[in-house]
Design a protein around this ligand. Structure first.
Ligand code: SF4
Length: 190
């Protein structure tokens, strides 16, 4: 039995829960993907262009998705504090509550019952797949700051919290932000 092939065949079937025809609880699969992403993205990635990159679509389609999520009251847009020309997207309280109906929660719940070793092994296996396919296709997947080549841990520990800096955006990163998603993430090449 080819275990690697068997695993990927199963992964393909799991993906059907993420990608579906029509709507679930009123949202299409890409709208769910966008709402889920915006609830987990850091401040550099809650923009229309980062959303388009994450969903894998054009700016026009991303704009349509954002408009739909705004119309339903799940997302709001604000002018960036640092750059008035940029727009920052955020999930509203209504959107956060609505995420309890996310179709992928069935997968999250199924994984949650595994021992920690099983969850870590599953997560690390998926990361390995993405890291390898990034190298083969000369691209970078979206991931958390904690693994990023641009994250620098500053020595100063203030009020018991470690301070970080993003060397790409030249901005401070709070400890609470290092596990948020970023579309500018780059992992360390072996
Ligand atoms: S350190 Fe990397 S992942 Fe974090 S904000 Fe900077 S570019 Fe994004």
């Amino acid at each position: 039995m080819n275990l690697a092939r068997e695993a990927i065949e199963l992964l393909g079937q799991v993906a059907r829960i993420l990608w579906f025809e029509g709507t679930k609880h009123g949202l299409r699969d890409r709208e769910w993907m966008a709402l889920r992403f915006l609830s987990r993205a850091n401040r550099f990635s809650r923009t229309p262009s980062a959303l388009a990159s994450y969903v894998g679509t054009t700016r026009g389609t991303a704009s349509f998705i954002i408009g739909e999520l705004e119309r339903l009251g799940y997302v709001e847009r604000k002018r960036s504090v640092t750059d008035k020309r940029s727009v920052m997207l955020s999930v509203t309280q209504t959107g956060k509550k609505f995420l309890a109906r996310d179709p992928v929660n069935v997968l999250v719940d199924a994984l949650a019952v595994l021992e920690d070793d099983g969850k870590i092994g599953f997560r690390d296996a998926l990361r390995h797949l993405l890291d390898q396919s990034d190298a083969a296709e000369q691209r970078h997947h979206t991931d958390i700051c904690r693994r990023c080549i641009f994250l620098r841990e500053d020595r100063a520990i203030i009020d018991g919290k470690t301070e970080f800096t993003c060397r790409l955006f030249r901005a401070p990163i709070a400890e609470a932000e290092v596990d948020l998603l970023c579309t500018s993430f780059e992992h360390h090449r072996q």
